[in-house]
Design a protein. Structure first.
Length: 383
């Protein structure tokens, strides 16, 4: 099914690792809403989660396109990379904007698997997609920041040592440009007090949480880059995030298409395989074409990003098209399986629930369309 031969070795290695984690493993974790720690440990030990860390800090120094291949293969093998993907995309922000001291301090430990950077705290209950109206406040006090406020949907916070946290350091009314006044802190959650994490039970197994900050003191050295510029840093990091998530969606779409194709060949009804009916074939073929088109945009977006260009519109389009392709394939796969699409043991219903997330998070389709309308097509600003 893979037409591109680039990164074949990475694909094979990821596949081999994923074979150790079959459907039964994921079903058990799903049932308990348990974190797939063994899987994340195996990925870490094999060095996959250090793909983007430069060689001088102990990683493999690969580019985003290779990281995207890793995430795609995990999903295509029926596993769930959501347990670990943040380490890849938060990494980009640290690499681009972190100080040399911060990189020396954290990257070798992350590369060696001793430290986990899996949490990214941006969303808040009252601000929603409107990130610039976030309320979590950090006030400088000597050589510390004192943080108060709340985040929501901070995934994997319970399973991470470090959290990249977006806070307001200057009140909105006092900044010259509305995109200023937010700052990014790299919080070592092992060292702070005043931090409470509460799990949120969701439709799928995602280890997401609410996080409360009550006079949490963080050393000023946790600041990434310049104070007040955090929004700019996360926007750049978000392009990497969108491309990696889009690659995961392509992997999911491949899994659904392969699963449906295999089932259509073997399931006999009316004395012949259901796959003989064009009513079954065409939806699978359509999903394949949709996935391949989205895949081209994901590769293109990764290329623009890796060449240092502004990948904003490509990353957004890749994320939108790939999440729509995976969701269409998920729906098609259930339909192809008939009643068995609802039975746990086929893994289709689990992957269906998991795939539903990506037209909503990390950014919803409407906001991508709004970005394209305004920033690419020059239509009037809507909000
Ligand atoms: C399982 C899960 C894991 C997550 N993990 C993380 C994480 O690790 N870190 C983190 O920071 N966040 C995380 N999120 C949050 C996620 O990024 C947000 O849910 C997402 O960005 C949408 O924001 P919202 O839920 O506040 O929706 P809202 O902003 O309330 O929007 C609700 C709906 O209204 C639409 N809408 C809003 N404004 C407009 C407009 N102007 N025009 C048209 N439509 C509009 C949206 O498209 C959406 O469909 C996670 C969410 C989930 C569900």
């Amino acid at each position: 099914m893979h037409e591109s031969h680039e990164h074949d070795e990475i694909r094979r290695a990821v596949r081999a690792l994923c074979e150790e984690f079959p459907g039964e493993y994921w079903r058990a974790k799903d049932r308990e809403r348990a974190y797939p720690g063994e899987f994340v440990d195996a990925l870490t030990k094999a060095g996959f989660l250090a793909a983007l860390i430069p060689v001088e800090y102990g990683g493999s120094g690969l580019k985003l396109d290779a990281a995207a291949v890793i995430m795609e293969e995990i999903q295509a093998a029926g596993c769930n990379g959501a347990a670990a993907h943040a380490q890849m995309y938060v990494m980009n922000t640290l690499l681009r904007y972190g100080s040399e001291e911060q990189k020396q301090r954290y990257l070798p430990g992350i590369a060696a698997g001793e430290l986990r950077l899996q949490a990214f705290g941006v969303s808040e209950p009252t601000s929603g997609t409107d990130t610039l109206s976030l309320k979590t406040r950090a006030v400088r006090d000597g050589d510390e920041y004192v943080v108060n406020g709340q985040k929501i949907w901070t995934s994997r916070a319970e399973h991470s040592d470090l959290m990249a946290l977006l806070v307001r350091t200057t009140p909105r009314e006092e900044v010259a440009k509305k995109t200023e006044g937010l700052s990014l802190l790299l919080v070592d959650m092992r060292e702070v007090s005043g931090l409470t994490i509460k799990p949120i039970r969701t439709m799928m197994n995602h280890s997401t949480t609410e996080v409360f900050f009550d006079d949490m003191r963080v050393p000023a050295s946790a600041l990434i880059g310049e104070e007040g510029q955090g929004f700019r840093y996360i926007l750049s990091g978000m392009n990497a995030e969108r491309i990696l998530i889009a690659a995961e969606c392509i992997g999911d779409a491949k899994w659904f298409i392969e699963k449906a194709t295999d089932y259509a060949k073997e399931r006999g009804v009316f004395g012949r395989p259901i796959g003989k009916n064009q009513g079954i074939q065409f939806p699978i073929a359509r999903c394949y074409a949709q996935m391949r088109a989205a895949e081209l945009m994901v590769h293109h977006a990764a290329k623009v990003y890796d060449q240092g260009g502004n990948a904003g519109s490509e990353a957004n389009m890749a994320k939108m098209l790939a999440s729509e392709a995976s969701w269409a394939a998920a729906d098609m796969c259930v339909q192809t399986h008939g009643g068995f699409g609802f039975a746990e043991e086929y893994d289709v219903e689990r992957k269906f629930r998991e795939a539903r997330l990506y037209t909503v998070a990390p950014i919803s389709t409407n906001l991508i369309l709004s970005y394209l309308a305004e920033h690419v097509l020059g239509l009037p600003r809507s909000y």
